[in-house]
Design a binder for this molecule. Structure first.
Ligand SMILES: NC(=O)C1=CN([C@@H]2O[C@H](COP(=O)(O)OP(=O)(O)OC[C@H]3O[C@@H](n4cnc5c(N)ncnc54)[C@H](O)[C@@H]3O)[C@@H](O)[C@H]2O)C=CC1
Ligand SMILES: NCC(=O)COP(=O)(O)O
Length: 357
């Protein structure tokens, strides 16, 4: 007899209840069939969804029940009542709710009761005001997963462009003191490994953006490229990674240039995110590489200014759900390949075929 296992759902933290998170999750659910989306459930206060949407919801208290309701209603793992929600007007109670839904969704993914997690948009200002001490969700999730923050990579991915900021949510004036050769090596190495594991690439091509105009113009416009970037790049090439020299950042994002690499590793947040969001705002996904779990997110924020008006575009949320699903598949294939390679190695070993000929 064939046992049909229930579909493992994806957990989506609702984000700030006063932002567009609940609306885009609901709109993604409405498009579940047209977009062939996998089963997912929201994690949050089911009442806060009612402030944005009057469609069908079903409270669940076990992720395993999401699949049986998904056709008829949006499954919501209801945490507790988070107070009155006015779209567009964030509150401290709402921020605590967002924090808690994030924590719960990480737990579901870590426990294996969700196949992956997608995070709804949160406001950093709001989270900081209720005691959130991490720069962003990326670092929080990394910590909860026991991953050093430098090995958790924020990658934003659109149809033909993936970007990684080596420094994330810090002031421009602090970038110089954060960037060193070790961080550059960690970021590039983890990016390449993440592309292999989460995107099924064999030998990813990494383009490195110089920090200074014209990538420093041989030291005339800055020394970081020669003193920090090149030594790190040389070492990574020695380890077998496919990495460019630092490239002038202003000319590496046009159509033909993008075809030359699989990910652009950039010095700082806006150097990476401006080209990506300009090209693909409603299609791009924020994905954390280097975690034991799969985590994706829409590329945009809470958009308080349009919350409650039913005009939020769910494109990036839908892309985030699809990317999470695809990444789970890639990870399974990657793990299977590793097992097959290890088995072949063991066979060679036992047949005495290893060692010098
Ligand atoms: N992944 C996350 O949780 C992120 C959170 N944020 C947070 O969001 C808050 C607001 O940040 P902003 O810089 O204003 O960025 P934002 O992405 O919330 O909004 C920027 C602009 O894009 C529009 N917009 C955003 N998403 C949209 C959508 N799905 N459909 C239609 N229009 C959309 C907004 O109305 C606004 O005009 C901040 O507190 C920030 O910390 C920002 C980026 C990512
Ligand atoms: N600008 C990207 C962003 O804010 C996402 O950060 P995170 O909360 O996913 O770490």
């Amino acid at each position: 007899m064939i046992t049909v296992l229930p579909q493992m759902p994806i957990a989506i933290s609702a984000g700030d209840p006063a932002g567009i998170g609940p609306e885009i999750i609901a709109k993604a659910w409405l498009q579940r069939k047209a977009q062939a989306l996998p089963v997912f459930f929201a994690v949050g206060d089911s009442n806060s969804f009612a402030a944005h949407w009057d469609g069908p919801v079903r409270r669940i208290d076990d992720p395993a029940d999401a699949a049986q309701h998904f056709d008829e209603a949006l499954p919501i793992f209801h945490m507790h009542d988070c107070g009155a929600v006015t779209p567009g007007t964030p509150t401290a109670e709402g921020a605590r709710c967002a924090f808690q839904s994030l924590e719960l969704a990480v737990g579901f993914a870590r426990a294996g009761s969700a196949a992956a997690m997608v995070t709804g948009p949160v406001s950093k200002t709001q989270l900081y005001s209720v005691g959130f001490t991490h720069p962003g969700q990326t670092e929080f999730i990394a910590e909860r997963c026991g991953v050093a923050k430098n090995n958790a990579i924020m990658m934003l991915a659109g149809p033909d462009l993936r970007v990684v900021p080596m420094t994330t949510h810090i002031a421009l004036s602090d970038i110089g003191s954060h960037l060193d050769s070790r961080l550059i090596r960690q970021r590039i190495r983890a990016t390449a490994k993440g592309l292999m594991r989460d995107f099924g690439m064999e030998n990813p091509r990494i383009a490195v953006a110089g920090l200074n105009p014209h990538a420093g113009e041989n030291g005339a416009m800055g020394h970081e490229e020669m003193e920090l970037f090149l030594p790190a790049i040389e070492q990574l090439r020695g380890e077998g990674f496919n990495v460019t020299d630092p490239l002038p950042a202003d000319t590496m994002f046009h159509t033909e240039a993008r075809a030359e690499y699989d990910a652009a590793v950039c010095g700082y947040h806006d150097q990476a995110l401006i080209p990506l969001k300009t090209l693909y705002f409603h299609e791009a996904v924020n994905m954390t590489l280097g975690l034991p779990i799969v985590r994706t997110s829409p590329d945009h924020g809470t958009a308080f200014g349009i919350a409650g008006r039913n005009i939020a575009n769910p494109g990036s949320m839908i892309a985030a759900i699809k990317m999470a699903r695809d990444s789970v598949k890639h990870r399974k294939a990657f793990a299977a390949k590793k097992v097959a390679t290890a088995a072949a190695e063991a066979k060679m070993e036992s047949a005495g075929l290893h060692g010098p000929i």
